[in-house]
Design a protein around this ligand. Sequence first.
Ligand code: ADP
Ligand code: MG
Length: 741
Amino acid sequence: MATERDRDLTRLVGGASAKKLKDHLGLVTAGDLLDYFPRRYAERGELTSIAGLPLDSDVTLLARVVKATSRKMATRKGTITDVVVTDGAEGALDTISLTFFNSFAASRQLRPGTVAMFSGRVGSYRGRLQLTNPDYVLLDAEAEDGASAEELAGKPIPVYPATAKLPSWRIAQAVATVLGQVDLEGLEDPIPQRLRAEYRLPGIADAYRMIHVPATAEEWAAARRRFQYEEALVLQTALARRKAQHAQLPSRPSPARRGGLLDAFDAGLPFTLTEGQREVGEVLAHELAAGHPMNRLLQGEVGSGKTVVALRAMLQVVDDGGQAALLAPTEVLAAQHYESIRRTLGPLARDGILGAADGVEVVLLTGSQSGAERKRSLLAAASGEAGIVVGTHALLSEQVQFADLGLVVVDEQHRFGVEQRDALRAKSLATPHLLVMTATPIPRTVAMTVFGDLETSMLRELPAGRAPIATHVVGLAENPSWERRIWARAREEIDAGRQVYIVCPTIGESGDDEGDLEALDEASWGGTALGPSDEPSPAASVAATLEQLAGESALAGTRIAALHGRLDGAQKASAMEGFAAGTTDLLVATTVIEVGVDVPNATLMVILDADRFGIAQLHQLRGRVGRGGHAGTCLLVTSLEPGHPSRERLDAVAASTDGFVLAQKDLEHRREGDILGASQSGRRSTLRLLRVLRDADVIERARADALGIVAEDPGLEAHPALKTAIDAYLEPEKEVFLERG
Ligand code: ADP
Ligand code: MG
């Protein structure tokens, strides 16, 4: 059913304008344009600061003309008009020159004192900032359309995200035309009347007028508030609906059985479960027993014992005759999980010998396996012979079949999107239970927004007996000689029978160094500020460090190996195995070791150019040492000067070992898009006005309201406009974000 929103812009603003709106901004319908909100509002009299204008970017500038001259071109026919404009900054008068070729209008209109809005791309000419042939609009000219001077005086000027080809005021003109022609009062409001009244939010027609042509600053502020709430409500209702629908699906009930593998496993555990592990375990046991799918996010620090919790859940399902799959983000991790699960299971891990009873067959399935191995694993999964299948993305491929998949465990969620989760779920008739584990603490509102359809559990305490990690910042800028000390320190550790990690930001072989692909992946979540350092010097690489260490007398005779994402699966596995077995003393690696890798004998981690990593990532990395009862040490090595903003991050990591404190700090250091973007497997943030940290209260309120609406009216029969808004919001690329239920 076509509505006022769906009206084609071509009919409303004319073919030429509509084409520009489509080509430059992707706007096609009246609704698209109405929802294209100003980025900010300029006050009349306020001029744009010129000093900070970035080169080569499209800018919209409010400025006053100080000088204008026209002259004939020397070599060609025609006139050049040079106009100098200022932002009126006190003291040092900042100016930028504008050059117009053959613009009679500019030479006539841009007189000294005139204030105008200019739009163009910032270039430089002889060391001065310059706009060439900028588009412009005279601000006083608006008075011509009948508004009185007083009326204009207080009226904010909307500034739209514009391009050089489509300046802000052309967008504003198109919006004005659409506002005049579309029946705004006929638009249905997605926010129920009751909630609008409760929060004193303007209705949709008023809100569109107020956000595009506000009479006062209060108007646009009220309109923005309304659209923020609307966005939160639409998103949260979508999540609540998905969650409710999901809860209705049938799944394989796997009640805990007495005397099975789980009981045997518990009886053989060499430690007692922490209280958190026990509590979460009970919740999982209960949900697995229900006939509807579990959907749970388990957060807990590195080393908090999530894997044991997951394994117990898997055994409950296996006890009942079902299968469990564990999905890991990298081959190294999948292989490690496979080994450690088999080790932890001990005699309960059965090899693929038909007829052996009282055990579970665990198989590994990765992309780099040989054909024969892979075939054996595929067969074991499809026949049901394998109770536990551990793998990477390879598990998602269509060839992989399960006989009776009852539980999917996803390790380190932030590298798996919803698509992948759903692909795995689709491998079974009844919806499998889902447990997502992450070591990256996720603030509540982020969890609500990104994983709003999951319940969350948390392991807050580390198992007893874990030695604390001491973290120190090693500043080479002020103490270059400390570099020798680091290697001597490594040697002491090795002489004491312990092992050492050296972490480098990049791989560094073959000259085309783009860093480790996996490291880059992680960097997007970890918040690496690879960005604008004053003098981007090359970061420490695995290759260069290997070479350096080979010639380092302090390390003579030690056994050194390398691990990074460009090695093939077998090379990675052998590097990891050597380190795990203790035949390697020192492992030079990229962040591939960030998650999950568990070598209890490793006690020292040296992170080179640590300022290249984000807070959360550094915290994750250092969790790799001190796991075996020996005290761990982490050295954050940096060449940045003390006081450099990126060194603050290092100081923060050195100052706290509380992952939740650090996660909050980390978010404060990061841009919004990164938070949501990375959690959606690299997709950019789909939120428009909402900011998950800043607008936490709006999101919380909307969440409660949405749950109420869905509980009362699961089909949203009484809320057609909200339902439509959800469909529009989820389409098309956003669909994968949530709606696969
Ligand atoms: P995570 O996956 O949360 O990083 P793991 O489950 O890998 O943590 O556990 C880290 C280490 O701690 C493993 O060696 C595991 O055997 C051990 N462990 C787990 N739970 C306990 C416990 N309750 N007491 C002692 N050690 C534990
Ligand atoms: Mg783990």
